[in-house]
Design a protein around this ligand. Structure first.
Ligand code: ASP
Length: 337
């Protein structure tokens, strides 16, 4: 694969961290130096690669829309030079970044593989080595031509991924969509489930600061406490309901709050607290009122994908009714109805 070229974009995260007196933290220049010493990365069957190191390197808890734009630019500005891209990122918000990139990179027709590790490369038993080497191979092969996340032998559609373990080496899951590939002795792609490559030019949509909230419903929730937050200054809310999108119906105040928020232009998207399955508004009395109050269904979308999609649609400057429609449409494989 020496004739293929992959760009590694290093944003931070555990993979390149070293132990400091305040715990693990990224160190400038450390990861490129480690990669230069991993023989497999220089093997003739590997693609050629370059590395771009971000400044500052971040723990992904500090990644937000500005860094999504920075990653998007690193890909768009170097797009014609490379066959694929690997983004090294912390695991904590990796699923949000993967979701955001899937929307921002319109017309994408090359692999963008986001990965990282639970154990730093600087420690023994690091999972970073396989995650990185396999991601570079996947990016060089060009079989997937969408934003995906590789971790613990699984290749997952980026906007269907969710972090499912704080300490396991198989840290991500794809609860509502089959894996794009499973990696053992061979990389076995799930060809019928891969996205068609777009037959267009790449366009990067930069994201803007957008006031979004996530509200998880729980038994005994006092909705009146949330009235002060759900005002016209909030553009979008992801409401994590029970099961198929249900909320308690004995206290009508949430519906009034949602109606009021909706009349102010806030988009209320209902996702499920369940790890897998889909929202079916109207299946129960406890959810049908939500539709009447103006909420939309997130169907099988993860909260991560719903948050990123709200950022994207508001940054595109669509009218409220169009955003409502598009939240319920499948734009990049992020939802099944
Ligand atoms: N806190 C780290 C981060 O998200 C965790 C990791 O990378 O695994 O940057």
């Amino acid at each position: 694969m020496r004739n293929k070229k992959v760009c590694i974009i290093y944003t931070g995260g555990t993979i390149g961290m070293v132990n400091t007196e305040n715990g693990f933290a990224p160190k400038k220049g450390y990861l490129p130096e480690v990669l230069s010493r991993i023989d497999d990365l220089h093997h003739e069957s590997m693609p050629a690669w370059d590395i771009i190191e971000f400044e500052p390197l971040l723990d992904s808890s500090n990644v937000a829309f500005e860094q999504w734009n920075q990653i998007g630019h690193a890909i768009a500005d170097n797009y014609s030079e490379y066959d694929g891209f690997v983004v090294l990122h912390g695991t904590d918000t990796m699923a949000y970044t993967a979701s955001a990139l899937s929307f921002m990179l319109e017309g994408l027709s090359k692999p963008v593989v986001i990965t990282g590790s639970q154990i730093p490369l600087s420690e023994i038993r690091s999972d970073g080595r396989d995650n990185l080497i396999t991601s570079v191979i996947i990016a060089g092969q060009g079989t997937v031509r969408e934003v995906c996340l590789y971790f613990g032998s699984k290749l997952i559609r980026g906007n269907c991924a969710t972090k499912s373990s704080a300490d396991g080496l198989i840290a991500f899951d794809s609860p509502n969509f089959p894996y794009l590939a499973e990696v053992g002795i061979d990389i076995k792609y799930n060809l019928p489930h891969l996205m068609e490559a777009a037959d267009e030019e790449l366009r990067l949509i930069e994201l803007k600061q957008t006031s979004i909230g996530v509200l998880k419903i729980f038994p005994g929730i006092q909705f009146s406490l949330f009235e002060k937050i759900m005002t016209e200054s909030l553009k979008g809310i992801v409401l994590e309901g029970f099961g198929a999108g249900n909320i308690p119906s004995t206290d009508q105040s949430l519906l009034h709050i949602i109606e009021k928020a909706f009349s102010h232009g806030t988009i209320v998207t209902v996702c499920s607290q369940c790890h897998s399955g889909t929202v079916k508004l109207g299946a129960y009395e406890t959810s049908s009122a939500l539709t009447k109050a103006g909420a939309v269904s997130g169907y099988s979308m993860t909260t991560e994908a719903a948050v990123a999609k709200l950022y994207y649609l508001f940054s595109k400057g669509y009218e409220r009714d169009r955003i409502k429609e598009l939240m319920e449409e499948n734009l990049r494989g992020e939802l099944l109805k």
